[in-house]
Design a protein around this ligand. Structure first.
Ligand SMILES: *[C@@H]1O[C@H](CO)[C@@H](O)[C@H](O)[C@H]1NC(C)=O
Ligand SMILES: *[C@@H]1O[C@H](CO)[C@@H](O)[C@H](O)[C@H]1NC(C)=O
Length: 685
C-alpha cells in the first residue's frame, strides 16, 4: 500500500483516496493532488527547497523527493498497513521538527535550547545523534533502538542512511530485523572498465607470494596462467571433490563461468588468510573487483560464488585497518542482505564478516573456518553456553548437520560421500539444511552455537594439488583450531561439544591439548559435555577394508591414525577416559548399526558399536548408517531430542543466575532506552 504525503492542510479525503488507489493512481488525480498540495502549503511540513537548503548540513539526498512541475513536493512512500492517518500526520510534524533540531544542534545550539520542541524518544535524528555518542552504552542502546521497527518515512530512512557513520552502519547491519532502507546502494563501478577475468589476473599477479602454502601458490599460478582453459577441466568436479562446505549448496556447477571464477576465488581465499596480503588485496582494488563480480550475472545465479566472496570479506575484516575501505566499497549493504539469506552457509559467511567488522560491540574475532550460527545479530541476551559443532573428515560445517535426506534412505542408499547434493524433498517445508541453526537455536536460544570447518581449502584442493600438506595430523589440526576457538572467546563460558566421526577424535585431542597450555586451559575447564556421533574411538572397520575403499572415506594420511587399535588411538582413548573420569564429564554417544556402501561393492558398518562405544557415559545405538547418525529425521526424533536434552542439561544453571536473567527480562520489558546491559558476547565482556 502506498500513500501520498502532503502538507498538513491537505484534506484527508484526497490523501485517503490516494492511499486506497495505491500506485495505480491515475496521472490526472496525481496532478489534481499536486495542485491541492501546492495550494495547501502552510506550515507543518517540509518543502522541497528546504530539503535543498538542508542538504549541506545533513547530507540529505534530494532524490528521495519527487518534486512536481510547480516546484513543490509530492512524496510517495510505502505506508505500513493499518497506520491511521492521524498518527502519520503526527509523525510527519515530528520529523520536520527533528530535522530542524538536528540542523540547529550543530550550528545554533543557543536557538535550539529556546525552542519548545517535542523531544520524543523514537526520533530518528536524535537516535542517530545518540548512536554517535562517545559513551559506548549509549551508542549501543541507540543503535538497537534505531534498528527497531519504526513507522518512519522512506525519506527519513534514506536521510539517516546518508548521515550514518561507519560504526552505526555496521551496528545496524548487525541488528535483527533491521529495515533495509538504512543501507544505500553500493557505489557505482562505472570507472571499473576491465573484465573480472582480467581483473583477477592482474590482482593475483600483484599479490605477494610469501607466506602462502605451496598449494595456494600452485592455484594462484594456475588461475593466472590457465584462465579460460580451466573451465572444461573443472567441470569434471574433481576440484570440488572432498567436502568443500560450499559445494553442497549448489551441487557441482555446470556453469563454466562459475568454475572459472571459483578457481580465482579459491586462490584469493588463501591470500585473504594472510593479513599482509589482505592489505594488498585492498590496495589493488580487490574490494571493487569483488563487487563487480558480485554484480555480474555469474554471481547472481551462484550461491557458491557469493559464499566465496563473503568468505574473503570475512577474512579481510579480521584486519581492523581495512574496515573503512570495506565500508566505503559498499559491502555493508550487501552483507546486510546476505546475512538474511535462506542459504545457511551464505548467511553464516556474511555473519562472520559483519561480526568481524563490528568492533563496537564485539571483541572476539572469528577466523576462517569458525562460524557463528547463533546469535548472528547483536543481542542483549546473556549467553549461557557455547555449543561447538565439529564435523568429521569429508564433512562440512553445515552439510554434516543437515536433516536426514528423505531420498537417501530409500533410493540412494549407496551414497559414497556426502559431497553430492541430492534433489531435496522441496515439498517438505520443515526440511532444514542445518539443524543446529534452525532447530537448536530456537530450543536453546540463550546459547551461542558455533560450527567449525577445518582444512576446507586443503580438502577442496587435495585432489589436484601436487603437494602433500603437512598440517594433516590430529595434533596439528587441534593446535590450529584451539587457537581459533580461543580467539572467539570459547572457554569463557560453559562449552558443550558435538562431534561426528573423526571430529570426535579431534575434540578429544583438543581438550587434552588445552589442559597443557595455560592460556587455553579454560577451554578444558569449562567443558561441561561432549556428544559423539559414531566416533571411532578404537579405529574404524574401514582399516580392514581395501585400501581403495578406505581412501573413499578417509582420503588422507589420517587413515594411519584411524587404523583399528593403532597405538596413537589407544593412547588418546586412555588419556581422554582419565580426563572424563577425573572431571565427571557428561558424555553422550551414538553409534550406527546399519552398513553402508562405500563403493566398489563394499558394504560395511563404517564404525561398529565396539568402536563407537567409548565405555563411559550414555550410549545409544541406532539403526542408521555412518552418515545418517548425525542427521535427525525430524525435530521430534529420538536422535534430536536426546541430543537437545543432553545439551540443555549440561549447562550449569545457578539460581542467582536465573534470577538475574528474570530481572533483566523485566527491565527489558520496560524499554529502558539509556540503560544497556553488556551481558552477551556481542558486547565484548
Ligand atoms: C532446558 O532445561 C530447563 C531446566 O533446566 C527447562 O526449564 C527447559 O524447558 C529446557 N529446555 C528445553 C528446550 O528442553
Ligand atoms: C605439525 O606438528 C608437528 C609435530 O607435532 C610439528 O613439528 C609441525 O611443525 C606441525 N606443523 C604445522 C604446520 O603446524
Amino acid at each position: 500500500m502506498f500513500n501520498l504525503i502532503f502538507g498538513r492542510s491537505l484534506s484527508s479525503r484526497v490523501t485517503t483516496q490516494a492511499a486506497v488507489s495505491g500506485w495505480s493512481i491515475k496521472k490526472r488525480r496525481l496532478r489534481l493532488a499536486a495542485v491541492v498540495a501546492t495550494a495547501g502549503i502552510g506550515g507543518g511540513f517540509i518543502l522541497y527547497r528546504e530539503w535543498i537548503s538542508l542538504d549541506k548540513s545533513v547530507h540529505f539526498k534530494t532524490d528521495a523527493s519527487i518534486p512536481d512541475q510547480r516546484q513543490t513536493y509530492i512524496y510517495i512512500s510505502p505506508t505500513p498497513p493499518g497506520d491511521d492517518l492521524v498518527t502519520q500526520m503526527r509523525s510527519k510534524v515530528k520529523w520536520r521538527l527533528s530535522i530542524l533540531e538536528h540542523f540547529l544542534e550543530d550550528k545554533h545550539p543557543d536557538v535550539l535550547s529556546k525552542l519548545p520542541l517535542d523531544r520524543t524518544s523514537d526520533d530518528p535524528w536524535r537516535l542517530l545523534k545518540r548512536a554517535q555518542s562517545d559513551n559506548p552504552q549509549r551508542r549501543l542502546a541507540a543503535v538497537a533502538k534505531l534498528a527497531k521497527k519504526h513507522h518512519w518515512l522512506d525519506a527519513e530512512y534514506r536521510a539517516i542512511a546518508q548521515a550514518c557513520d561507519q560504526r552505526t552502519l555496521i551496528g545496524l547491519a548487525r541488528s535483527a530485523d533491521v529495515d533495509t532502507r538504512f543501507f544505500l546502494a553500493p557505489p557505482s563501478l562505472n570507472d571499473f572498465k576491465e573484465s573480472t577475468e582480467e581483473g583477477f589476473k592482474k590482482l593475483l599477479g600483484a599479490l605477494p607470494r610469501d607466506k602462502i602454502d605451496r598449494c595456494t601458490e600452485f592455484f594462484t599460478l594456475r588461475a593466472m596462467t590457465e584462465g579460460k582453459t580451466v573451465q572444461a577441466h573443472d567441470q569434471t568436479g574433481a576440484l570440488c571433490f572432498g567436502g568443500n562446505t560450499l559445494t553442497f549448496v549448489t551441487g557441482l556447477s555446470k556453469i563454466p563461468e562459475e568454475a572459472r571464477e571459483t578457481v580465482n576465488l579459491q586462490a584469493l581465499v588463501s591470500h585473504s588468510e594472510v593479513p599482509s596480503h589482505c592489505e594488498e588485496i585492498a590496495n589493488h582494488g580487490g574490494l571493487q573487483l569483488l563487487m563487480k563480480l558480485r554484480n555480474s550475472k555469474a554471481a547472481e545465479g551462484s550461491l557458491k560464488i557469493q559464499c566465496y566472496i563473503a568468505r574473503i570479506l570475512a577474512n579481510m575484516a579480521l584486519n581492523e585497518h581495512l574496515h573503512s575501505k570495506i565500508v566505503q566499497a559498499g559491502w555493508v549493504t550487501v552483507l546486510a542482505s546476505w546475512v538474511k539469506s535462506d542459504c545457511i552457509p551464505l548467511a553464516a559467511h556474511a555473519a562472520r564478516a559483519l561480526v568481524n567488522l563490528d568492533r563496537d560491540a564485539v571483541t572476539e574475532k572469528f577466523d576462517d573456518g569458525i562460524f557463528l550460527l547463533h546469535p548472528q545479530t547483536r543481542t542483549r541476551q546473556a549467553l549461557e553456553a557455547d555449543v561447538v559443532f565439529v564435523h568429521g573428515l569429508l564433512g562440512g560445517a553445515f552439510k554434516t548437520w543437515r536433516q536426514q535426506d528423505k531420498v537417501s534412505k530409500t533410493t540412494k542408499e549407496s551414497q559414497q560421500e556426502e559431497g553430492k547434493e541430492e534433489e531435496m524433498n522441496l515439498a517438505d517445508e520443515e526440511w532444514t539444511d542445518c539443524w543446529p541453526k534452525t532447530w537448536l537455536s530456537k530450543d536453546c536460544s540463550q546459547m551461542r552455537i558455533l560450527t567449525i570447518s577445518y582444512d576446507t581449502h586443503i580438502t577442496e584442493w587435495s585432489a589436484k594439488c601436487p603437494f602433500e600438506s603437512d598440517k594433516r595430523s590430529l595434533a596439528n589440526r587441534s593446535a590450529e583450531i584451539l587457537n581459533k576457538l580461543h580467539r572467539t572467546g570459547v572457554g569463557q563460558r560453559p562449552v558443550i561439544w558435538v562431534s561426528h566421526s573423526m571430529g570426535g577424535l579431534l575434540v578429544k585431542q583438543m581438550l587434552l591439548d588445552a589442559c597443557e597450555q595455560p592460556e587455553l586451559e579454560n577451554i578444558a575447564d569449562n567443558t561441561h559435555g561432549v556428544v559423539f556421533f559414531s566416533t571411532p574411538h578404537h579405529g574404524s572397520s574401514l582399516a580392514a577394508a581395501s585400501q581403495q575403499a578406505k581412501l573413499l572415506i578417509y582420503p588422507s594420511v589420517e587413515v594411519k591414525e584411524l587404523v583399528q587399535d593403532s597405538p596413537s588411538l589407544k593412547n588418546l582413548h586412555g588419556r581422554f577416559r582419565a580426563f572424563v573420569q577425573m572431571r565427571r564429564l557428561p558424555v553422550l554417544s551414538f553409534g550406527e548399526t546399519k552398513p553402508m556402501s562405500i563403493g566398489l561393492g563394499v558394504k560395511t558398518v563404517v564404525v561398529p558399536v565396539e568402536s563407537s562405544h567409548p565405555g563411559y557415559g550414555e550410549y545409544h545405538s541406532l539403526d542408521v548408517n555412518h552418515l545418517e547418525i548425525c542427521k535427525p529425521p525430524s525435530q521430534r526424533s529420538l536422535l534430536y531430542q536426546l541430543t537437545l536434552r543432553f545439551i540443555n542439561h549440561s549447562v550449569p544453571r545457578s539460581l542467582p543466575h536465573m534470577l538475574s536473567e528474570r530481572l533483566r527480562e523485566d527491565l527489558d520489558g520496560e524499554d529502558t532506552a539509556e540503560v544497556f546491559y553488556p551481558l552477551g558476547m556481542s558486547f565484548g565482556e
